[in-house]
Every structure is written in structure tokens, then in C-alpha cells.
Design a protein around this ligand. Structure first.
Ligand SMILES: *[C@@H]1O[C@H](CO)[C@@H](O)[C@H](O)[C@H]1NC(C)=O
Ligand SMILES: *[C@@H]1O[C@H](CO)[C@@H](O)[C@H](O)[C@H]1NC(C)=O
Ligand SMILES: *[C@@H]1O[C@H](CO)[C@@H](O)[C@H](O)[C@H]1NC(C)=O
Length: 224
């Protein structure tokens, strides 16, 4: 399946990533990141009611926090809020705009270096558009990849952290014309994830293809 070349699967694993953040001029790729609420909440101790892949962010491959004086303003994306609530929820605090503010300051202000994304409305609207166009849930279901309890053994989570991995994030790459792009992902860039999760000694890393993957269903809800 050729399309899988475009996808980077990130798993929750153990180990720290090193940071390599530098201010660099203009980005060439955008990474649309999705997270799996069950996995996110298992780390963050939140209670998710979302049983689909939600948006994490739209990240340019270069730069972070490019303009600290360009403040997030929810009024500017008023018309997008119903969709933002549903597709890009703050999993720790649904209904809050804190997560959007964070993503705007960290990534949006850098994405905005391109004319096509040089306003808050353009940035959030484009992220939502790409998210819906991609329809990750639909794509995964269509190839029969669904959340499952099958591989769930809690003992392993606590005692044998090295022997399995939990699917937590999927990143899809686009070029500056918003076409899918087969970009090579620099593993050190994934520091942005641990940054957000901010959990000591635990973080996402690129999935190890030789280990079994657990794709956890929403707790208390039978899958399929
Ligand atoms: C930063 O954002 C402010 C507010 O939108 C804008 O006036 C300023 O030109 C921006 N600075 C840069 C370097 O883009
Ligand atoms: C947010 O944007 C609206 C609409 O442009 C503007 O009226 C308002 O002053 C802005 N709020 C802040 C805090 O900048
Ligand atoms: C977004 O969700 C919050 C909390 O769930 C709700 O209070 C708010 O009205 C919603 N906004 C829109 C525009 O749907």
C-alpha cells in the first residue's frame, strides 16, 4: 500500500528524546498530526469520550514560536468553533480553547510565514480542511484497522514496557501546496510531542515495526 509511505506512526514508548530546536527560515512541509484520545488520556489521566482520531496540530517542519506578539484570538475563528470543538478538542478540557492557543503560538505563527496560512482563520481552517479530506478514521476502518482489546494485557504495560507499544499518534505530511508528500521525518523532531505531553521519562517515538502494537479502544466501550 503505497500511501503508507506517507504516514509516520508514533507509539508511546519509554525513553527520552533529545531536542534539536533551532530557528530556521521557511518551512517546506506541514505535518498534520492526529492523536488517539485513549492513548493520550492514558498518559494524561483524562477521561476521553472521543472514539475517533482527533486533530493534534498542523506543524511546519521548521520553526517554533515564530511570533510571540501574535496572540491567539478566538473571535477570529468564531465560525470554525463547532468544528474545532469536534475535530480538534482539548482532550484534557473539552470546550476549552487553551490547546488551540498553544498550537497557534507554537506552530501557527510559523506556518503563517506562508501567505496561504498568514492569518489565524486561514491556519485553523486549513488544518480542519486537511483533517476532513484525509478522514483517517475512515481510511483505517476501510483497511480493517480498528481499536481492539485483543492485545490488551495490563501486566505488560506495567512490567514489560519494552515488549509492546501503544499506538498514540499518526502524522501525515503535506507539501506547501497542501498535497500529500512523502517527507522523511527526522526523529528528533518528535520532541514536539513529548514537549506537549510533558511526562517525565515517557514519550512518543516512531513505532518499532518488529513489536506488537496495541490500538486501544475507548475504555468501557466494546470495539467494532
Ligand atoms: C508578529 O505579529 C504581529 C501581530 O500580528 C505583527 O504585527 C508583526 O508584523 C509580526 N512580526 C513578524 C516578524 O512577522
Ligand atoms: C480579537 O479580534 C476581534 C476581531 O478582530 C477584535 O475586535 C478584538 O479586539 C480582538 N481581541 C484581542 C484581545 O485582541
Ligand atoms: C464548544 O464546546 C463547549 C464545551 O463543550 C461549549 O460550551 C461551546 O458552546 C461549544 N462551542 C461551539 C461553537 O460549539
Amino acid at each position: 500500500m503505497k500511501s503508507w509511505a506517507l504516514v509516520v506512526l508514533l507509539c508511546l514508548g519509554y525513553g527520552l528524546l533529545t531536542s534539536s530546536l533551532q530557528a530556521r527560515p521557511m518551512w517546506s512541509n506541514l505535518i498534520l498530526t492526529h492523536h488517539w484520545p485513549s492513548t493520550f488520556c492514558s498518559v494524561q489521566h483524562c477521561h476521553s469520550t472521543f472514539d475517533y482520531w482527533t486533530l493534534h496540530g498542523l506543524w511546519p517542519n521548521l520553526g517554533q514560536e515564530c511570533n510571540s506578539s501574535w496572540h491567539f484570538n478566538e473571535t477570529l475563528i468564531q465560525d470554525l468553533l463547532p468544528d474545532m470543538n469536534k475535530s480538534w478538542p482539548d482532550l484534557k478540557k473539552p470546550g476549552s480553547s487553551k490547546f488551540w492557543k498553544y498550537e497557534w503560538q507554537k506552530h501557527g505563527t510559523c506556518a503563517a510565514k506562508a501567505e496561504s496560512l498568514n492569518s489565524q482563520h486561514k491556519y485553523f481552517d486549513k488544518a480542519l480542511e486537511l483533517y476532513h479530506k484525509l478522514d483517517l478514521d475512515g481510511v483505517l476502518k476501510s483497511v480493517n484497522i480498528v481499536p481492539s482489546e485483543t492485545y490488551y494485557m495490563f501486566d505488560h504495560i506495567e512490567g514489560k514496557g519494552e515488549n509492546f507499544q501503544i499506538l498514540g499518534q499518526i502524522e501525515i505530511c503535506f507539501n506547501s501546496d497542501f498535497q500529500l508528500d512523502d517527507c522523511v521525518h527526522d526523529e528528533t523532531d518528535t520532541v514536539t510531542l513529548t514537549d506537549f505531553l510533558n511526562v517525565k521519562g515517557t514519550g512518543f517515538r516512531v513505532c518499532d515495526h518488529s513489536k506488537p502494537v496495541y490500538y486501544p479502544p475507548l475504555k468501557g466501550k466494546p470495539s467494532m
